[in-house]
Structure formats: structure tokens, C-alpha cells
Design a protein around this ligand. Structure first.
Ligand code: SAM
Length: 218
């Protein structure tokens, strides 16, 4: 079956079929070709609803989980988004379709260089890249940006990093898996004028967020 048909079935059965309603999210999933973000030996699995290896012990996340995070984020073309954990660049492409600008941070230099090359080849010109520890947010990144409307973390943290809370704009939303090293809960933090409100959105399993305000490397 052609990749385009596999993608339609994935969206129908695994994303819309499991309750994702946001039309913009569904359109972005239709547009971004997941098979272009994985190695040749797993391309035939690209439209299964599962994470896949992308090298260096990391994974491209499960499509339904990515869709859940994107729907929770309630994105629009006015927003500036910080993404932590670029990985293959697949979620970065979806964010670039849904928001004005995406600032993405990945701790493994090989992965961010490969993702950047894929995303530049695809023509995305609203993405900025930083190789380093994303638990500290965009600190030291170029162009400078100190506040974000949305922050999406694609790795599991022990707790919500203080630096990420600080870099959230008032009215902004931070989506992050947090809990123990193997299993987490999806948490959304909303910043109001004088508070941070936390809501919980179900269990999940992500690779660990490793860094100064995350887990230690083993
Ligand atoms: N969303 C990605 C995609 O679509 O391919 C998958 C992300 S993968 C589940 C998690 C990524 O977070 C890995 O590439 C890992 O190297 C990265 N990561 C872990 N700790 C990090 C940190 N402190 N800063 C930046 N990236 C980190």
C-alpha cells in the first residue's frame, strides 16, 4: 500500500479514531510524511501507532501520543513554541505547520544535525535549532527568545524543570511527561498572571529527559 494511503488509515483509525478532533492537528498529520523521518529498514512501519528507533538509543514518538500533546497545546499561527527533544524532527515539522515559529533543542548533536537537514530539505524556514541541554530551555540559543507561548517536552522528566516554567509566557501552556524514569503522566502547566495551574492527562512512557534539571545519565 502507498505511504499516502497508510497515512490516511493511521489518521482515521489511530488518531481521529481515538478521539483527536482538532482539524488543524489532523491536517498537519496528513501533510507531514512520517516515513521521511525514519531509517529505510523501518519505513514499512512508519504508519503503525508505535514509537520506532531513530538511532543513539532514541525513538520517534508514538503518533497518537504526539497528537494528544498537540491537541492539548491548542496551537495557532500566532504562537512561538519551544520544543525539547527534537529527535527525528517529525514532531518539529508538525509544530512548524501549526505555529508561527518553533525553537527546538536536542541534547544529541548527531540527531539535531540530521533532523535539521531533513527539515531544511523539506523547506521549513520557521524553525530554529539548538544542540544542548533542553532542561534549561532556550538559554544561550540563537535568535534570543526569553518567553514562549507553548513549551512541548518530548522526553520524561522527574519533575517540571524550573527553567521551563520561567520561560513560559503568561497565558502560556507547557506540556510535559513527568514521573518516574520508566513511566510518567502527561502534565499540562498553564501560567496565569500570578500562578501555575497543573492538570493531568493520563499515563505515558517516554525516554528520559537527561540534563541539569532532569535525570542524570546512567
Ligand atoms: N519528538 C521526537 C520525534 O518526533 O522524533 C522524539 C523525541 S524522543 C522520544 C526524545 C528526545 O529527547 C531524544 O532525542 C533525546 O535525545 C532528547 N532529550 C533527552 N533529554 C534531553 C534534554 N535535556 N534536552 C534536549 N533533548 C533531550
Amino acid at each position: 500500500m502507498k505511504f499516502e494511503d497508510q497515512r490516511k488509515i493511521m489518521i482515521r483509525d489511530q488518531i481521529a479514531g481515538r478521539g483527536i478532533k482538532d482539524k488543524n492537528v489532523l491536517n498537519a498529520f496528513q501533510k507531514v510524511e512520517r516515513h521521511l523521518f525514519v531509517d529505510d529498514d523501518v519505513k514499512h512501519l512508519a504508519y503503525n501507532d508505535s514509537p520506532l528507533g531513530i538511532g543513539r538509543g532514541q525513538t520517534i514518538s508514538q503518533p497518537y501520543m504526539v497528537a494528544t500533546m498537540l491537541e492539548l497545546a491548542d496551537l495557532n499561527k500566532e504562537q512561538i513554541v519551544l520544543e525539547i527533544g527534537t529527535g527525528s524532527g517529525y514532531q518539529t515539522a508538525l509544530l512548524a505547520e501549526l505555529a508561527k515559529e518553533v525553537y527546538t533543542v536536542e541534547r544529541i548533536d548527531f540527531l539535531i544535525q540530521r533532523a535539521k537537514s531533513t527539515l531544511v530539505d523539506m523547506g521549513y524556514d520557521n524553525i530554529f535549532y539548538k544542540s544542548g541541554d533542553g532542561t534549561l530551555g532556550w538559554e544561550g540559543g540563537f535568535p534570543t527568545c526569553s518567553k514562549f507561548d507553548r513549551i512541548i517536552v518530548a522526553a520524561g522528566a522527574p519533575v517540571v524543570p524550573a527553567s521551563l516554567r520561567d520561560q513560559l509566557a503568561i497565558g502560556g501552556k507547557l506540556i510535559i511527561p513527568a514521573g518516574d524514569r520508566a513511566m510518567q503522566e502527561l502534565i499540562m502547566v498553564e501560567r496565569t498572571e500570578d500562578n501555575f495551574l497543573e492538570t493531568r492527562h493520563g499515563g505515558c512512557m517516554f525516554v528520559p529527559l537527561i540534563g541539569e534539571e532532569g535525570w542524570h545519565e546512567v
